[in-house]
Structures are given as structure tokens and as C-alpha cells.
Design a protein around this ligand. Structure first.
Ligand SMILES: *Cc1c(COP(=O)(O)O)cnc(C)c1O
Length: 387
């Protein structure tokens, strides 16, 4: 039996107070984790839960993943790691964004593992461990092509000669794909080869390279542990094929008002949408302050095919009309029969055909940004808490 409960952490906003209703299916999240594990060729499946578990809520997502069997979690910041520790006392938690000077004691206090990405960070962790007389675990990040975070491959190849590696436990050697969602991108193989070269110099150290899309590459770069994020939350890790994942987030907005506009009327800020005839406009109760991107605005004329936002009204797609406002979005609902739409109804902003990938595409961005921007003013509900 699925149990529904209102969130008790992020907010206590209930449906009757809010313009947007965000529903998170924790059973789908758990099932996605199992699917990813089963596709990882026996490697351990961790979960990347940075950015509040991609907007779904750390306090709800982490226990659901833990019940499914996940024991290793990755976050970006120490503040996120502490939230994970609170709900998963026995978990292994890595902090991806490196070690800031003077923060080693905080890691130890909460039993967190830093992901060390430079010789300076390695030296600081090693000397802290020496001073404590304890070999503590950390990961080492080698940059195989992103040029963003981690040791260079050349530096990685010199790791085995370093004395200070004996002062701590290198629990994981990791790197990160640049474009694993492009299955034929030659960068993938170049990164796998570079990662293997470093890994072979550190025998016995567990290795991890694959994010969500990396799990599905034909080269199967699973190594000892995979690090899915996006796919857990329903994003398609294989954009050139059908999505093997289940949707986790569903977003509904309420209709505040319905109105008719006449030919040559414009809708919204800066008059960027023009009615070519009599059109019916529904005003929805969410906007860019809720994380729905303003780049989904529909600038043009009624009836035009625009790359812009859509909503599902009574299951039918309706196009945005005009600029997305801070708290409101206007849509053209002329084609919806009168008996299927009224003030107060809810419409689907994310859900059904409007997958997070599709909403991202229509806003000129990626589904990752849609998820991680999910607003703080929504009434959030969770199902599948026993999942
Ligand atoms: C965010 C992140 C992941 C997860 O990537 P997805 O594409 O969301 O699966 C894995 N590893 C690192 C280092 C990351 O920063």
C-alpha cells in the first residue's frame, strides 16, 4: 500500500494554499534505482542526491533509496551531506565539490568522505589524518576531459609515488563523463582509456566513472561503482532511445482566471504574443519564481508553432501565450471545450507527454535544470514511502 504524506521539512504548504502541486513518486524513484543497479553489471549502484536530490527532497528521497538497498550517496556540498547523514546514519557519503581549506574536522564530525581533486587537497587531508592518527577514507577525482574538477591525468599517473597517500584510505578513484548521453561521442572512449591508465597504477583501489548515461554506454564502463543522478529522478539517460526510467515528479498548476481576448489583443508583459482572432486565455498560478523557466515564454502569434512551453488541460496540450511572469503563466486554451475547463481546475505542467526532458527542451534547457529548479512554493506530496 502506498502512503501519502505531506512533507514535514521543506514546507508545510498544503494544496489549498498553493498555486502549484508537486507530486513525488518515491516508489518510482526506488524502482529506477533498481533498474540502474540491474544495468550496472554487478557494480555497486550509488545515488547522486545533490541539489536536494535533484529537487525531489533529500529527506524523502534518501530514505526511499536506502530502503531499496542503496548505501552510498554523493552530494555537492557539506551542508547537503549533513542532511543525508541525518536520515541515513549508516550510509557512505561523498562530497563531490572538493575540500575547502580548514574543513577536515567537519568531515570527520559527520563521518563524511571528501572527493579530493588536487594535490593541495590531498596534502591537507593526509596531514589532518596524520595529526589525528587515523587513516580516514576519501575519494580521488581525476579529470579525464571535463577540465573542471580533479587532478589532471598526468598528475593521476604520479599518484602511486606519493608518500602522503599512505596517510589516508583511498576508498575510490573516480572521474566524470563529459557527454555520456551522446553514445557515439569519441570522447567517451578517450575518457575510459585515460581513466583505465590511472586506475592501473593504483591496484586494489575501487573505481567509478559512470553517471546515469554512462551506465548505458556499449563500452559498459561500470567499474566497481556507478553514480546515477538524473535517471533516478526519471530523466532519460539514453536520449536517442526510449526512456527506460519511470517518471518521478509530476507538477500541476491551478487556473486562476479564464478570459477571452479579441483579434489584435496582446497577452502578457511587453506584448510579445498577438491574438490573430478571438482566443481564450487561461491564467495559471505558477511562474518563473517557482523555477518554471522564463525561457519557455511564447513570443509570436496565436496558432503559430513555437518552441515554447505547453500544459496539458484535460489531457490535451495547450501552448503558452506570451511571456512567463514571476507568479503567473498565460496559455491559449481556445481548443478546450467549455465543459472541460473552469476556474480552479488543475492543469499538468510536468507529467504524461510533458516529461522533464520535454519541458526542458521546450524551455531551451535540459531536464536537469527543470528538476533542480522545482519551486519552494508548491504543496508537495509524496507517495510510495514504503517503496
Ligand atoms: C552530478 C554528477 C553525477 C550524476 O550525473 P547524472 O548525469 O545526473 O547521472 C555523477 N558524478 C558526478 C561527479 C556528478 O557531478
Amino acid at each position: 500500500m502506498n502512503k501519502t504524506e505531506q512533507t514535514s521539512t521543506a514546507s508545510r504548504i498544503t494544496a489549498d494554499m498553493a498555486g502549484g502541486l508537486l507530486h513525488i513518486d518515491l516508489a518510482a524513484l526506488a524502482s529506477n534505482w533498481r533498474t540502474l543497479r540491474d544495468n550496472a553489471g554487478g557494480a555497486e549502484a550509488s545515488a547522486v542526491v545533490k541539489a536536494d536530490a535533484y529537487g525531489t527532497g533529500i529527506e524523502q528521497a534518501v530514505p526511499a533509496l536506502h530502503r531499496a538497498g542503496c548505501r552510498t550517496f554523493f552530494v555537492a556540498h557539506v551542508s547537503e551531506a549533513i542532511r543525508v547523514r541525518t536520515v541515513a546514519p549508516d550510509a557512505t557519503i561523498y562530497v563531490l565539490n572538493g575540500l575547502f581549506p580548514g574543513t577536515c574536522a567537519t568531515y570527520v564530525e559527520h563521518n563524511l568522505r571528501p572527493v579530493l581533486g588536487s594535490f593541495e587537497e590531498i596534502e591537507e587531508w593526509a596531514s589532518f589524518c596524520r595529526s589525528q592518527g587515523q587513516k580516514r577514507e576519501a575519494a580521488i577525482h581525476v579529470d579525464t576531459g571535463m577540465n573542471r574538477l580533479g587532478l589532471t591525468v598526468e598528475q593521476g599517473l604520479t599518484l602511486k609515488g606519493r608518500n602522503d597517500l599512505k596517510d589516508f584510505e583511498t576508498a575510490l578513484l573516480m572521474s566524470h563523463f563529459v557527454s555520456a548521453e551522446e553514445s557515439d561521442n569519441p570522447l567517451n572512449i578517450r575518457q575510459i582509456d585515460a581513466f583505465n591508465a590511472v586506475r592501473e597504477t593504483l591496484p586494489g583501489v575501487r573505481a567509478s566513472l559512470a553517471n546515469s548515461s554512462g551506465i548505458f554506454l556499449k563500452e559498459k564502463p561500470h567499474f566497481d561503482l556507478v553514480r546515477p543522478g538524473y535517471a533516478l529522478y526519471g530523466g532519460n539517460p539514453t536520449p536517442d532511445r526510449d526512456n527506460p526510467m519511470s517518471a518521478v515528479a509530476q507538477l500541476e498548476a491551478r487556473i486562476v482566471q479564464l478570459r477571452w481576448v479579441e483579434e489584435d489583443d496582446t497577452v502578457g508583459y511587453n506584448a510579445r504574443w498577438l491574438a490573430l482572432g478571438r482566443r481564450r486565455i487561461a491564467t495559471l498560478s505558477i511562474g518563473y519564481a517557482d523555477g518554471y523557466p522564463r525561457s519557455a515564454s511564447a513570443r509570436g502569434k496565436s496558432g503559430e508553432e513555437l518552441l515554447a512551453g505547453q500544459v496539458l488541460v484535460a489531457g490535451r496540450p495547450c501552448p503558452f501565450a506570451g511571456n512567463v511572469s514571476m507568479d503567473l503563466i498565460t496559455v491559449d486554451v481556445t481548443d478546450i471545450p467549455d465543459n472541460e475547463i473552469k476556474r480552479g481546475d488543475t492543469v499538468t505542467m510536468i507529467g504524461g507527454a510533458l516529461t522533464i526532458d520535454e519541458v526542458g527542451r521546450r524551455a531551451g534547457t535540459i531536464g536537469y535544470e527543470i528538476l533542480t529548479s522545482l519551486g519552494r512554493r508548491y504543496a508537495r506530496s509524496y507517495t510510495g514511502t514504503q517503496g
